[in-house]
Design a protein around this ligand. Structure first.
Ligand code: SF4
Length: 375
């Protein structure tokens, strides 16, 4: 595990304007040898320097298509930088400006725990009868396990298609690491709640009875997003009372009870599409990360766009990527020193690519995705 070193003291004395101007001039010096990617949840001070913005998979894909870029600076969290390293072309290197930018959900599934769970399930269920499917928000090691064991990766846009791919083979699913996404997608596809037990890695047999695991159609790993998990059904009620006629749209990492009450739900890209395409005067309550909601509100000034919750629901780990850290990695790079490079071991990357390829093969339209380098 790598740890973030404190930035030199001089960064405390620089004001934001000065830092922005230095980032800007370094950015120009690098030209097309560098590409900066920013996830939608990133704060504005770094978002403005993005060459590409999007969700994690789309960004990794776009970066690998920019073959002339020797360096990919990923303003996101650790699993996203790993995905970029898995999909990179040739000698491209991937930098995460702050090594402390992890993802609380991805951290809820440790590879040792998942291997133990897989072994437990293999003793209860015919291993040929079950496929591991992991959400993009997981470590490279878990993606690789899915690749090795016949499973796949999915995003929030194509989870339903990937689930169907598994069901069409007559398989049950172990879904990692977000119980809410798994439950929401399973329910949408007609799987009953009692056919989706939750496996808690901190308990023997995941805290489930052997029969529950044997009869399950989807076994949900006990993990969640600490941002989307904060939205509650009462937030939906309160917004509807306060703003009659408001439409509620939420991300599928939200709890089942919230998704049930919402008018619509879908991936980050779907949320952006729906709000942007709605007629002037529309009112929206959006259940996702605060920076994205604020940006949607600013870009749709002819509409009313609110966060579903009264609290500020920010991704605290994404928040660690700030202007000082972006400047620090760029300055070092300009001096020939590569800081915070994220590298996935080659055998892990190979199996993770297999799991990613299955995702694409199971989604003929690619859910808007392509993966030219996966072979
Ligand atoms: S919003 Fe949630 S799932 Fe996304 S990076 Fe932050 S903690 Fe992870």
């Amino acid at each position: 595990m790598q740890f973030q070193t404190p930035l030199p003291e001089r960064f405390n004395r620089m004001d934001m304007k000065e830092m922005a101007s230095r980032v800007s001039s370094l950015r120009s010096e690098f030209g097309n040898r560098l590409v900066i990617l920013c996830h939608h949840y990133q704060k504005d001070e770094v978002f403005e320097f993005a060459d590409y913005t999007g969700d994690s998979y789309k960004l990794s894909q776009l970066a690998s298509e920019r073959e002339e870029a020797e360096t990919i600076v990923f303003c996101g969290v650790h699993f996203m930088a790993e995905s970029a390293d898995i999909l990179k072309k040739g000698d491209q290197r991937v930098i995460l400006p702050d090594l402390g930018a992890g993802c609380s959900m991805a951290d809820m599934a440790d590879i040792d725990q998942v291997e133990e769970c897989w072994e437990t399930l293999a003793n209860l269920v015919d291993p040929l009868d079950i496929l591991p499917i992991t959400y993009m928000n997981s470590s490279a090691a878990i993606k690789a396990l899915c690749g090795r064991e016949g499973g796949a990766v999915c995003t929030s846009s194509n989870a339903e298609t990937v689930f169907q791919w598994a069901f069409d083979q007559g398989k049950r699913i172990l879904f990692l690491p977000d119980e809410h996404l798994g439950r929401n997608v399973g329910w949408e596809m007609g799987v009953r709640l009692d056919e989706m037990p939750v496996y808690d890695p901190h308990q023997e047999f995941g805290g489930c009875a052997a029969d529950e695991l044997r009869d399950a159609k989807v076994i949900l790993w006990k993990g969640h997003c600490s941002v989307h998990g904060r939205f509650l059904p009462e937030h939906v009620d309160r917004m509807r009372e306060t703003y009659p006629g408001i439409r509620v749209i939420v991300h599928p990492e939200c709890r089942y009870e919230v998704v049930q009450k919402a008018d619509d739900w879908g991936s980050t890209e779907k949320i952006i599409r729906e709000v942007t395409a709605s007629p002037p005067g529309s009112k929206w309550a959006v259940g996702t990360e605060q920076h994205l909601v604020d940006r949607l509100a600013a870009q749709n000034s002819d509409k009313e766009v609110y966060s579903l919750s009264g609290f500020v629901c920010q991704c605290a780990t994404m928040y660690r990527i700030d202007l000082p850290h972006l400047l620090w990695v760029l300055e070092n790079l300009a001096e020939g020193e590569v800081k915070n490079q994220i590298t996935v071991p080659p055998d892990e990357a190979e199996w993770a690519r297999v799991a990613l390829r299955r995702m694409l093969d199971s989604s003929p339209a690619g859910a808007g995705l392509s993966l030219s380098r996966v072979d």
